[in-house]
Design a protein around this ligand. Structure first.
Ligand SMILES: Cc1cc2nc3c(=O)[nH]c(=O)nc-3n(C[C@H](O)[C@H](O)[C@H](O)COP(=O)(O)O)c2cc1C
Length: 385
């Protein structure tokens, strides 16, 4: 299989086939089908919420590139009068700096340094973007999912249900037909905020937030909770997963927070931490009751996708890898989403196909009816674990 892979990698530098998952299935007998928030998608690679899903043009490009899904920028919830308890997160900042970030072990990764937070335009503008996403989703071109930062009270304070109700109802109205898929963001700046100093307070949010969103939605809703990397130890991170049983999926885990610089960051420190915590899910029965998992953090190769998959993730969400200087991609043409997909899937050493063939050679993945299946990577790791 190595020769066709080299050949595909080379010829797709100019243009990726629109339905590359079908090509992979035909040529390599590899079924990349994945799952995000209960939806089957043709492969596991999606875009995480952030500055790359702010307008319909970006969504259109991602649909054309063949991304599996895109999560919209996080909007700050509001009530019918426009009041936002989490208004401190709706700040405007455009400047992003894509930087190399070395780790102690001498590995060099990438991070995006940015002082911004949530959606900074009107909720009406956000709903227009949601409608554009709905149309792409209905057309089967790209699964698009809104992301919200809802009110998070201090212990002893009530949740502002009016914000949950108004925001969710407007999103549902824009989506029209259920199920409404929604992500709830627990961000790194929240992890760095005094609000997140108290463990009991965080655990209450995670237990209660999915309930609040379900109660607020006039149509059936599926909820992904994007967990932050809290400023506590790995055991607490696992506890956060355990109390989040009310969610339909967990996105594991948002960026780290550098308290000294006051910024979020990624790179190898992020994937090391995320994979270490997810690893605990591999012990038999450890994950009974934990919702479906989606990985995020320092994913810049197919091999890294498989690291997350082996630890239970059914799909992945990237941000930084869609922002690198063009010289970092082997592809010579196309949008960054296209060039990134080209490397992630077809790289002859580090791509998803090469990685899955290697798992097969090591007898860590078996063909079913002649095919290797991405979704089996997880099941196999569980058996091995
Ligand atoms: C500039 C920037 C803005 C982001 N904004 C959001 C956001 O609004 N909501 C959210 O849930 N995640 C946000 N993220 C997190 C990403 O979606 C992603 O989960 C995280 O960066 C880890 O993936 P990566 O290492 O591929 O970047 C942002 C990330 C970056 C770099």
């Amino acid at each position: 299989m190595h020769a066709p892979l080299e050949r595909d990698f080379d010829r797709f530098k100019r243009e990726l086939p629109r339905d590359f998952a079908a090509h992979v299935r035909e040529t390599y007998r590899i079924d990349l089908t994945a799952r995000y928030l209960g939806e089957l998608v043709p492969h596991p690679i999606g875009k995480g919420s952030g500055q790359l899903s702010l307008n319909p043009g970006q969504l259109e490009d991602d649909a054309a590139a063949g991304l599996a899904f895109a999560v919209l920028k996080t909007v700050i919830a509001e009530d019918e009068s426009g009041a936002q308890a989490m208004a401190a997160w709706a700040i405007h900042e455009t400047r992003m700096k894509v930087e190399r970030r070395p780790t102690g072990a001498g590995r060099e990764g990438w991070t995006v340094t940015w002082k911004g937070r949530g959606w900074d335009r009107s909720f009406g503008d956000y709903l227009a973007l949601v409608r554009a996403g709905r149309d792409l989703t209905r057309a089967g071109r790209l699964v698009v999912v809104p992301s919200v930062k809802y009110h998070l009270p201090r212990l002893g304070e009530p949740f502002r249900e009016a914000e949950y109700r108004h925001t969710t109802a407007r999103l549902a109205e824009a989506w029209v037909e259920g199920p409404l898929l929604v992500e709830k963001d627990f961000s790194p700046t929240l992890a760095g905020d005094a609000l997140a100093d108290d463990r009991a307070q965080i655990l209450r949010w995670l237990e209660e937030v999915p309930r609040q969103i379900r109660a607020a939605s006039p149509i059936p809703v599926r909820i992904a909770v994007k967990l932050m990397n809290a400023r506590f130890d790995d055991a607490f991170q696992v506890e956060m997963m355990n109390v989040s049983a009310g969610a339909d999926a967990l996105v594991c885990f948002n960026r780290l927070f550098d308290a000294a610089r006051g910024v979020a960051y990624g790179g190898w420190d992020l994937s090391d931490r995320n994979l270490r915590v997810l690893e605990t899910q591999l012990t038999p029965h450890a994950n009974a009751g934990i919702p479906a998992l989606t990985g995020t953090g320092n994913i810049s190769s197919g091999r890294m996708i498989l690291e997350y998959a082996r630890r239970g993730c059914e799909s992945v969400q990237l941000h930084t890898f869609f922002q690198l200087p063009l010289s970092e991609y082997a592809a010579t043409h196309g949008t960054r989403s296209q060039r990134a997909l080209h490397a992630l899937v077809f790289h002859p050493q580090d791509g998803l196909i090469a990685g899955m063939l290697e798992l097969e050679a090591r007898r860590e993945l078996e063909r079913q009816d002649g095919e290797l299946r991405f979704l089996d990577v997880r099941a196999h790791a569980h058996r091995a674990g």
